[in-house]
Design a binder for this molecule. Structure first.
Ligand code: HEC
Ligand code: HEC
Ligand code: HEC
Ligand code: HEC
Length: 207
């Protein structure tokens, strides 16, 4: 028997597929910003684990940001937790706030540490190639991505936003800040580190 898809059905499907982005777009347009969510570093890895575009995943995975969650479970994490009156720092928002993507509020990224999206913004709306990348016109691809939730921290123009982002977590009032003044100074992120990114977390910089 031949399957036959009725005209009204196809019309309805067409309407659904074309109108859906319109309605969701309209809704987010009204609320000012898209409501993007975190997808996790493994999603970014699918492409950013490829050498040809710089393998940012490998560089990140070897950096301390990738172990920022795990460190809460270790001796030092527990010790700092106890000082702050917490039995279980790796489940407490007071620590997760800065030690993981999404501040510990999102189950699916709670244990990944300070992942890609902690610095680049929640990726659910921009993670697809056509929503944030172009080999021909990088600037407009970037602008589109920023409209879809990517943080504007790239390049020289993004330096102020980047400084704010880093210092949100790298600040001296954190419960794990060293008490020793010299050590405190040493740990302070200088603007040159923020501008250049230290070798440990350096991505290939092309901007
Ligand atoms: C389908 C493949 C793919 C996925 C998935 C993907 N990206 Fe990309 N992304 C690319 C490509 C390709 C480029 C462009 C690289 C180039 O220009 O050399 C890029 C560029 C970027 C840039 C630089 C943008 C600019 O304007 O310079 C950032 C930042 C980025 N991606 C972050 C992410 C993050 C974070 C995720 C996960 C939430 C992600 N990407 C997921 C393929 C992908
Ligand atoms: C305001 C953000 C913030 C909060 C809140 C925070 N941390 Fe941290 N934590 C950081 C940053 C940034 C570093 C890295 C500092 C550096 O290496 O210069 C760090 C480093 C650490 C380290 C690495 C060891 C060290 O001292 O080098 C441990 C362990 C740690 N934090 C435990 C905790 C625990 C436990 C809590 C909760 C009681 C907590 N942190 C809350 C931002 C924060
Ligand atoms: C601690 C913050 C931080 C984390 C974590 C992080 N990045 Fe970045 N990333 C940056 C900054 C800052 C830049 C901009 C560098 C510049 O423009 O000079 C950047 C640049 C990039 C670029 C553009 C590189 C280029 O050639 O222009 C890509 C692509 C990228 N990041 C992908 C990722 C991916 C994928 C992950 C996770 C595997 C990740 N980043 C994790 C801060 C971070
Ligand atoms: C979401 C919070 C968060 C953000 C945003 C963040 N960091 Fe971090 N960073 C951490 C934590 C937590 C650690 C310590 C992880 C550990 O010790 O396991 C850390 C570690 C580091 C270290 C390693 C310190 C060392 O002793 O080697 C450097 C350097 C660093 N961050 C630079 C940056 C820069 C530059 C930015 C901005 C582009 C940035 N970070 C943004 C939380 C953050």
């Amino acid at each position: 028997m031949q399957r036959h898809v009725s005209i009204p059905f196809r019309a309805a499907l067409f309407f659904f597929l074309t109108a859906l982005p319109f309605f969701t777009g309209l809704r987010s347009g009204l609320s000012g910003r898209v409501r993007a969510d975190f997808v996790g570093a493994d999603v970014c890895r699918k492409c950013h684990g490829i050498e040809a575009i710089g393998n940012q995943y490998r560089i990140w995975a070897a950096s301390l940001h990738a172990s920022a969650y795990v460190v809460l479970k270790g001796g030092k994490g527990r010790e700092i937790g106890q000082r702050a009156g917490l039995d279980s720092p790796h489940t407490d928002y007071k620590c997760l706030k800065c030690h993981t993507t999404g501040g510990g509020k999102r189950e699916q990224v709670r244990t990944e540490g300070v992942g890609c999206e902690a610095c680049h913004g929640p990726g659910s709306e921009y993670f697809e190639f056509s929503n944030h990348a172009s080999f021909l016109d990088r600037e407009s691809a970037y602008r589109k991505a920023v409209g879809l939730g990517m943080y504007p921290i790239l390049g020289v123009k993004g330096i102020k936003a980047r400084e704010k982002l880093c210092k949100n977590c790298h600040q001296e009032e954190r419960p794990c800040a060293p008490t020793d003044i010299e050590e405190k100074k040493r740990r302070r992120l200088s603007l040159s580190v923020i501008a250049d990114l230290p070798t440990k977390l350096k991505h290939p910089l092309r901007r």
